[in-house]
Design a binder for this molecule. Structure first.
Ligand code: 5RP
Length: 230
């Protein structure tokens, strides 16, 4: 099974949890896009759902494929969100934001009764941190914000490089008009502590640590899909 087939396997298994009439949060990234493609087939066959996209990119794909969309303001309480992840640990703590959509992804996940993570085995880790942690920051005072993050990381015993996503003349900008700092800590032994400390840094809009948001994960591997519960 190649990487794309695994993503499709995980997306298929997640689709089995979608019921008629549901208000759905729809994630961002290549795995979430496989889910959108499968969902669109069911919608064409008559499945009645309403989706809230977590990015402009996902919104475009949904519109192209005929998945009905609403804004989160129109549907502020969702039944289920299905989204990918960059890393998942055994406690269902996640790193997300590789695709730059972490802010909307977190708002949508928090507005949902349940969140199902879809991923392949390569995303499952013992300890979060090998994937650089995306931190969404306001462009104003970027350097000061980076220094503040550096200092708090040092206090928590974390070391590693923090890089601005994109290039000097083409900085990556999120759907919300912010930038992303990717923090390569290597290992984050206490993700909960880092998450709460990052939330207190002025200039940090949101970060990619998703704690206590995922209900379970569907992990696809060579032998099919398995469920990962905390
Ligand atoms: C986007 C995300 C994605 O869910 C994450 O990057 C995983 O993407 P993919 O399914 O392409 O590996 O958090 O912000």
């Amino acid at each position: 099974m190649d990487a794309r087939q695994m993503k499709i396997k995980a997306a298929e298994a997640a689709l089995a949890h979608v019921e008629h009439g549901m208000r759905l949060g729809i994630g961002t990234g290549s795995t979430a896009e496989e889910f959108v493609r499968l969902l669109a087939e069911k919608v064409a066959e008559g499945l009645d759902v309403q989706g809230v996209p977590t990015s402009e990119r996902t919104a475009r794909l949904c519109l192209d494929l005929g998945v009905p969309l609403k804004s989160l303001d129109e549907l502020p309480e969702l039944d289920l969100t299905i989204d990918g992840a960059d890393e998942v640990d055994g406690r269902l703590q996640l790193i997300k934001g590789g695709g730059g959509a972490l802010l909307r992804e977190k708002i949508v996940a928090a507005a949902s009764s349940r969140m199902i993570v879809i991923a392949d085995e390569t995303k499952v880790v013992e300890t979060l941190g090998a994937f650089p942690l995306p931190i969404e920051v306001n462009p104003f005072g970027l350097v000061a914000t980076r220094i503040a993050i550096d200092k708090l990381a040092e206090r928590l015993g974390l070391t590693g490089e923090i890089r601005l996503r994109g290039s000097a003349d083409d900085t990556f900008t999120t759907d919300g008009g912010h930038h992303i700092l990717d923090a390569s800590f290597g290992r984050i032994p206490d993700a909960e502590a880092l998450a709460s400390q990052l939330n207190s840094v002025p200039g940090v809009v949101e970060h990619g640590l998703f704690i206590n948001l995922a209900s379970f994960a569907i992990i696809a591997g060579e032998n099919g899909a398995r469920t990962l519960k905390a």
